[in-house]
Every structure is written in structure tokens, then in C-alpha cells.
Design a protein around this ligand. Structure first.
Ligand code: XMP
Length: 321
């Protein structure tokens, strides 16, 4: 399949919305569609298009994998609810943690999440719903990166040569496939999404798992989640491309109340970037870094060391896993 890009300067968001709604209606016919909302801009725009095109024949699921940031599941569902779009929240935390158990290898961790998501949780929801149409927010960059062999974790099974109808039992509709991120943001704005959604900083599909080196247990995810909250709070004013906390696997010796305390290390990363392909560390003030380190070592149990990454991408990557 050859996909033709719609460049930002050629995009008429209103026209695009009408055209996609017509296409979705004709593709789904009298049936129903299902889609998974992660809270990111792509899946939020797809959710809005699905509901605009199909009304209550569109079902949107938010799959709570237990790997999101603090308060994120509630926030995503409530934002859509305010826009009149019902979202069904599915608690699948146990399934994801079971799949991640004992896995320390980055590729194995990603694979566990992808499999649990598609084959188990979402696949099951789709089958139970009786719907044959699955909508998802694949964008033009995902196609390019998959074709180039850079990414294999993005949700474009069709591009990977997998016949989704045969393998997973459903058909995939990808209304955003001809747009890049700025185009998706423009459509999101035209659909009435709030700015914090259409301009949301990137957050990876495998969520906090990309920020835990080694096994991603419930406890280790909880630890990096707490550190992430503090990083996002303290660095909110910086308006960086992305900022994050990473939990390292090795423990280091620290000292607390005059006693040796063998504890966790958190690495903070804050990035300046346009497109995530290359990135450089933001030149944060030392005062800000010190405040952040003090908060993390006080408020996140067991952390005795906080470091700041000063390596550019490449050779670093934005996430650690
Ligand atoms: P890296 O770490 O490869 O990240 O420099 C580049 C951008 O992509 C995001 N990212 C992901 N997004 N699934 C996603 O949907 C993933 O597995 C994934 N890994 C990284 C990352 O947050 C950054 O914006």
C-alpha cells in the first residue's frame, strides 16, 4: 500500500474532518467500530473522529495497563467525558504485570506489552464487542519508521505485512495515516480538543516501562511514577520537548541519618528537540536541578542518588529502554 502524505500547508482541517467522517461511515457501514484511547494526541483525534462519524456506534476503550503516569487514567477519561465522548475504562493491570514478570531485556519488555495489548486485552474486547472495525491513530511518520526498520513497536500491523483480519480477527481503519504530527495537532484543535491534549508532549506507548531499566515490577513502576510527577512539576516552566525520570537497575551506596543506605538511583532527562529524531539536553539551571534532586531524594522512598543526563541523541535516545 502506498500512502500519500498530506503536507501541513495543504491541509484544510475542516475539510479533512468531513472527508474522514464520510470515509469512516462508509467503511463501517451499519456496523460498529472500536478504538483504544491512550490519551495521546493521535488516539484522541481518532476517538473524536470515530464519535463524530458514528455517534454511539463507536466504542472507545481506555486500557489501564498500570504503567501510566499519576492520575493519567482518570484525567484521560474525564477530558473526553467533558467533550461528550464516553470512554470505557478497562482495568488490565494484572495482565500487563504478569506479562512483564521476569523480563529485563528491552525488546522482550516491549514485545510483552504489544502482545498483551493486541492479542489479549484489546483483541478480547474487540471480539466481545462483535465489531469488525478497529480504528487506530497510525500517522505518516509511523509508516516511514516502520518501512525503514527503525521501529517495530508502532501500531501498524498492516504495514508490517500482517493480515490483521486473519491474525487478530479485525480490520484496521487508520484515518490519520496521511498526516504528520503537526497536521494531527491542527485537526485535533479543529475538533475542539483542549490545548493540553492537542499540544501534549510525547509519551511512549509502553509508558513508564521505557523508563525502568531492568524488570518493570509494580513497585519499580510506582517508584518511577512518583519521580516522574516531581520532574514534570519542577520542569513545567521550562517548556522542554520532553522531560522524564529513569530508574536504574543498580543500587548505590548513600548515607541517611548518619547510616549507610544502599538505595536507588534516578536519572533525570530533559530534552530540546523538534521531532525526537535528534535531541539535546536542556541547559537547566543548577538551582533547579538541586531543588529537583532534593525533592526526589526526600519524596521518593529509597532514592539516594539523582543524576542529570548531558548526552545528546544520538548516541543517547530519549527514553532509556
Ligand atoms: P527514543 O527513545 O527512541 O524516543 O529516542 C523517540 C520518541 O519516541 C517516543 N518513544 C516511543 N513511543 N512507543 C511509542 O509510542 C515506544 O515504544 C517508544 N519509545 C520511545 C519517545 O518518548 C520519544 O518521544
Amino acid at each position: 500500500m502506498i500512502v500519500e502524505e498530506i503536507k501541513l500547508d495543504k491541509l484544510n482541517a475542516e475539510f479533512f474532518i468531513q472527508e474522514q467522517c464520510r470515509a469512516i461511515s462508509s467503511e463501517v457501514g451499519n456496523g460498529t467500530s472500536v478504538n483504544a484511547l491512550s490519551g495521546g494526541v493521535d488516539s484522541s483525534v481518532v476517538t473524536m473522529l470515530a464519535h463524530r462519524a458514528l455517534g454511539n456506534r463507536a466504542r472507545t476503550f481506555f486500557i489501564d495497563n498500570g504503567l501510566m503516569r499519576e492520575g493519567e487514567p482518570q484525567q484521560v477519561v474525564s477530558t473526553m467525558s467533558k467533550l461528550g465522548v464516553p470512554v470505557e475504562r478497562i482495568d488490565a493491570q494484572d495482565e500487563f504485570f504478569k506479562a512483564l514478570k521476569g523480563k529485563a531485556d528491552p525488546e522482550e519488555k516491549r514485545q510483552a506489552i504489544t502482545e498483551t495489548f493486541y492479542k489479549n486485552v484489546f483483541g478480547r474486547l474487540v471480539r466481545q464487542s462483535g465489531s469488525r472495525s478497529l480504528m487506530q491513530g497510525t500517522i505518516y511518520t509511523d509508516v516511514e519508521e516502520t518501512v525503514a526498520g527503525i521501529k517495530r513497536q508502532h501500531n501498524i500491523l498492516a504495514q508490517l505485512g500482517i493480515d490483521t483480519e486473519e491474525v487478530y480477527g479485525y480490520k484496521v481503519i487508520e484515518p490519520l495515516i496521511r498526516l504528520r504530527k503537526p497536521g494531527v495537532r491542527a485537526v485535533g484543535k479543529a475538533l475542539g480538543l483542549p490545548e493540553e491534549v492537542y499540544n501534549r508532549p510525547p509519551f511512549p506507548g509502553p509508558a513508564l516501562v521505557t523508563r525502568v531499566v531492568g524488570e518493570a515490577t509494580r513497585e519499580r513502576i510506582a517508584l518511577v511514577r512518583k519521580a516522574t510527577t516531581l520532574v514534570e512539576q519542577e520542569l513545567a516552566g521550562v517548556r522542554a520537548f520532553q522531560c522524564l525520570a529513569i530508574l536504574h537497575e543498580d543500587k548505590v551506596t548513600g548515607v541517611r541519618d548518619g547510616k549507610r543506605d544502599y538505595g536507588h538511583q534516578i536519572e533525570v532527562r530533559c530534552w530540546d528537540s523538534k521531532d525526537a529524531v535528534t535531541a539535546s539536553p536542556t541547559r537547566l539551571s543548577f538551582e533547579l536541578l538541586e531543588r529537583l534532586a532534593a525533592r526526589i531524594t526526600t519524596e521518593v522512598p529509597g532514592v539516594v542518588s539523582v543524576t542529570y543526563n548531558v548526552t545528546a541523541k544520538p548516541p543517547s535516545t530519549i527514553e532509556a529502554v
